[in-house]
Unconditional design. Structure first.
Ligand code: CA
Length: 258
């Protein structure tokens, strides 16, 4: 059994000597040649193409979850799933798993190699950490899988890591009554406040002359102030907003009860 490497018959090299009954298998091309017997100096061979041809293709790579949010310095884990899309004639293939991270990130893979049969999938855990000093924003992290038999067959998948640290205090305002309003004694007064925050409001507290009147955890923020027994004259209404990180803001107005 010879393999031709150029113009026949001059450039060949010996693969294997086949005696009667012996076979030679070319695993790469899925061809098996069997010497079925020799008679009168002529050999009869059987050629089987049953194994098919090994056809390689770039693996399928998916990262789950596709996006996550964490504060600066947080460690988030992703699962990197790799599917071998090579034809069955290739047998098992080994894929090297890699990562590419933006500045300010570090990461590690639970394994940097996966051996997979044709059509099979496997996954590794990808642990990523952002720097504690990173600014809020969305960052793209890459994971890739490469067929070690041919590095041309490589696929990169993207994951999103959103850094969000709640470091901005909320805003708050007393929306009713108006600053400087004159309130008639004997009538309950409805106090309203608005509050906003990039990371959500935990509560808004309403104070009268520095004393807590009510705490409201859901918008619209409001409180009822019974001024029947309130002394006539100037009073201060203060709204204090507290965001989900515990940061606070206050606003005060003055009203006159008469
Ligand atoms: Ca905030």
């Amino acid at each position: 059994m010879h393999r031709a490497t150029g113009n026949l018959p001059t450039k060949t090299y010996l693969l294997q000597v086949l005696t009667a009954g012996q076979s030679f298998s070319d695993a790469t091309n899925g061809i098996t040649i069997t010497n079925q017997g020799t008679s009168g100096g002529v050999a009869t061979v059987g050629v089987s193409m049953g194994g098919g041809v090994c056809s390689r293709a770039s693996p399928t790579v998916a990262v789950s979850p596709a996006s996550q949010t964490g504060s600066a310095g947080a460690t988030l884990s992703y699962s990197v799933s790799v599917t071998n899309t090579n034809s069955s004639a290739c047998g098992s293939s080994t894929f090297s798993i890699g990562q590419a991270l933006p500045s300010g990130f570090s990461g590690s893979l639970s394994s940097t190699s996966l051996a997979l049969g044709s059509g099979s999938s496997g996954s590794v855990t990808w642990t990523t950490t952002s720097a504690a000093t990173l600014a809020n924003g969305s960052y793209t992290l890459d994971a890739n899988a490469t067929d070690t038999a041919n590095s041309a067959y490589t696929t990169t998948a993207h994951a999103s890591y959103t850094v969000y640290s709640n470091v901005t205090p909320p805003t708050v305002a007393v929306t009713s009554p108006a600053n400087g309003a004159v309130l008639s004694g004997g009538h309950p007064v409805s106090i309203s406040a608005s509050a906003t925050d990039d990371g959500g409001i935990q509560a808004v507290e309403i104070y009268i002359d520095g004393v807590l009147l009510a705490r409201d955890t859901g918008a619209p923020y409001s409180a009822n102030w019974n001024i029947r027994k309130v002394a006539k004259g100037l009073h201060t209404i203060k709204a204090r907003a507290i965001d989900n990180a515990g940061l606070m803001a206050e606003q005060s107005i003055s009203v006159t009860v008469n």
